[in-house]
Structures are given as C-alpha cells and as structure tokens.
Design a protein around this ligand. Structure first.
Ligand SMILES: Nc1ncnc2c1ncn2[C@@H]1O[C@H](COP(=O)(O)OP(=O)(O)OP(=O)(O)O)[C@@H](O)[C@H]1O
Length: 360
C-alpha cells in the first residue's frame, strides 16, 4: 500500500527549533525528546504547512523563535498517486504566507489540497469538555473536506448572522425582515452538518466497539435549536434577543458531543485521548470515502496516560489507516509503540532545539 505524505521537512526558527532538516520516505515518524525539547513544535511545523496557522493559542506566544526576524518551514509532499510537490510557510513582520508548488494544490478547496493533517493534541480533554465553539470548528472542518459547497454556505450564514445581530443590537424596526434569510441559511448549514455527522457517527461507532468503556456511547449532534420550526423560535425569543443584542438560537449554538443514554459522557484523561483519536480516525474514514487524499495524523504524546493494552489497541487502529503518522513521545518505550513499529518507521530525537535520526 503506497502511503502519501511528508517526505522532507525543513524548519528554520520555529520557537526553540533553530534549523531542523528531516528527510525520509517512512510512513511513520516517531519523534522523542525530553519535556520542552520541541516535539510539539515539530508537529506544529507540519500543521502550519497544512493549515497556514498554528494550533496553539495566543498564550503560547509568537511562533517565530525569540530574536529571529523570520520563521520558515518547507515540506516536500508526495500524493498517493506519487505526485511530488512542495509547500512553504513563512512568517515575518508582514505576517504569514503560504505557497505551494504546484500552485494548483491550493485550488479546489481543502479536499483538493494533498496535504491535510488531523491532530490529536496533548490536551484532548479540552476538545471534549471545553467551549462548544471548539467542537463546532472540529465539525465544520470535517464537513468542509467532504462538501465543497459548505464554505460558501458558511460564509453566507455568517454574513446574515452579523447583519441580524447588528439589527438586534440597535433595532431599526427591521429585525423581522432578517428572520427568513436567517432561517434559510441556518437550514442549509444544518443539512450539510447533519449529513456529515450521519457518516461520522457510523464510522465512530464501528471504531468504538473495540473499547469497553465506550459501550453504549454515541456521537450526538445538536443543531443549535430544538424542535423543527426555527422561524417560530425566533418569534418566541424576539424580546430576549433584542435585550441581549444577539441571536440566541441557530447554527452558531450547535454542538457535537458524546452521550450515554440521555447523559453527556464524561471521560478520564486517557479515555479522552482514545475518544478524540477515534473521532479523528472516524472523520478520516468519511473523508477518504469522499475521495480526499489521506491526511497525515499528528499524534502528540499519545502513549502517555494510556495503559499498555489500550495503547497497543489504539496504535494498532492508527497504524491500520492509509495515513502517514507523525507521533511524539517523551521516551522511547518500544512496547508502547510496537504496532507502530510494525510499519516502516523513522525515529528522531529532539534535543536543544536540534533533531537527529535514531537508528532502529
Ligand atoms: N518563540 C519562541 N522562541 C523560543 N523558544 C520558544 C518560543 N516559543 C516557545 N518556546 C519554547 O520552545 C520549547 C518547545 O516546547 P514544546 O512544547 O515543543 O516541547 P515538547 O518537547 O513538546 O515538551 P513536552 O514533552 O513538555 O510537551 C519550550 O521550552 C518553549 O518555552
């Protein structure tokens, strides 16, 4: 099975990584190192290539290394058809720029972009328990990859929402006039999300059956309003919306979550890692079925907090995908990585902002 993905990654002045160059055809890259060595930063480089932005919040500070004027990342990428190309991301005083060679790689929306990533971060609990906005973004990115019309639909909804909210903040007697376009745009967005969730949910259920703690657990989607008639809800909430100055029902209140019966499921840290990994693997199945190029899986310190049995089961599922894997770990514990090592794996060690290849 030919697995496309990164073939080379060159990093200049990204956080504590001064100059790093990695070149390998391996379908799994395992990066180890002490705390603070730069493992997450290495994954961040791959994420920046794919998305043109970081996954870390503002609190992580600027991506450009302290004292450096410019950050540069170059990646050589091979598609599953064996086409080769290069992506380059640069950050300086003028901002962030991303270029691809061939240029056509950036055309055709995200599904046409041969280098997509799926991240399981160090803190997956944040996604499951944090603000619904994080899960909406996760959901919308999933929809975007399979539905080319979703981007335009989302933009239209946001424009109508902004205009409606402006009217709610300072009413000029036009609030009702926004109801019908708002309802129409909301239903369109909801239909795209719902179709994706249907497939996502089935794929998740299939993967979840491997884990006993997920017995009876289901992925649920709440569209942002209860009942069918959004128009009637707007009328009912009119006074409240004018008082608060924004729309209180609609797709910007949507959520996706795990539930057991009528209760929202609660997970331990290790279990949350499993759940988020499965959500990503399930989304990837949907994307592949829709014809997308396989995404590169970025797995940050996946093995920590997992008992040996859970870790090997999860690694086995991860390794059975058609995706390239970039994984980090604090220390090399070969048993925890055994299924991964069943693949052609390149191992690297990061230390003092530098990286070296480890012979296996
Ligand atoms: N702009 C910057 N310039 C220089 N160093 C930075 C910058 N931003 C962050 N750092 C440092 O880079 C280091 C790399 O952190 P990173 O999160 O990549 O480490 P890690 O190997 O994943 O650690 P852990 O195992 O603890 O998760 C940290 O010590 C951080 O303080």
């Amino acid at each position: 099975m030919h697995i496309g993905g990164l073939r080379a990654l060159e990093i200049h002045s990204l956080r504590n990584l001064g100059r790093v160059m990695v070149e390998t055809d391996a379908s799994a890259w395992l990066v180890t190192g002490a705390n603070g060595a730069g493992k997450t930063t290495f994954l961040e480089a791959a994420y920046l290539l794919a998305r043109g932005k970081t996954f870390r919040g503002l609190k992580a500070g600027p991506v450009c290394a302290r004292g450096a004027e410019r950050m540069l990342i170059r990646g050589d990428v091979e598609t599953r058809e064996g086409e080769l190309g290069r992506i380059r991301v640069e950050r300086d005083r003028e901002g962030m720029r991303r270029e691809t060679d061939p240029i056509s790689w950036l055309d055709g929306g995200s599904a046409g972009f041969p280098f997509r990533v799926k991240l399981v971060s160090e803190n997956p609990q944040m996604l499951l328990e944090g603000s619904p906005e994080l899960r909406r973004r996760f959901l919308d990115l999933g929809v975007f990859h399979v539905e080319p019309r979703f981007g335009a639909s989302h933009r239209r909804y946001r424009r109508i929402l902004a205009q409606r909210n402006a009217e709610l903040r300072t009413p000029t007697g036009q609030v009702e006039a926004w109801d019908s376009p708002f309802v129409e745009a909301s239903h369109e967005l909801h239909a795209f999300r719902e179709a994706f969730v249907r497939a996502w949910k089935a794929a998740f259920r299939e993967l979840a059956r491997h884990f006993e703690f997920l017995d009876g657990c289901d992925l649920r989607y709440a569209p942002g309003w209860s009942g069918e008639d959004l128009g009637a809800l707007l009328v009912r909430h009119r006074a409240q919306e004018i008082r608060r100055g924004f729309s209180v029902v609609g797709p910007s209140r949507a959520d996706v979550y795990l539930a057991r019966g009528s209760e929202r499921a609660v997970f331990s840290r290790g279990q949350a890692k499993v759940v988020v990994t499965l959500l990503q693997l399930a989304a990837e199945r949907v994307h592949i079925d829709a014809g997308c190029e396989a995404a590169v899986l970025l797995l940050d310190d996946l093995a920590s907090e997992l008992d040996e049995e859970t870790a090997s089961l999860l690694w086995a599922l991860v390794s059975s995908t058609r995706s390239q894997i970039l994984a980090t770990g604090v220390a090399v514990r070969p048993r925890a990585y055994t299924p991964l090592l069943g693949r052609e794996t390149a191992m690297f060690h990061v230390e003092h902002g530098d990286i070296r290849s480890v012979l296996t």
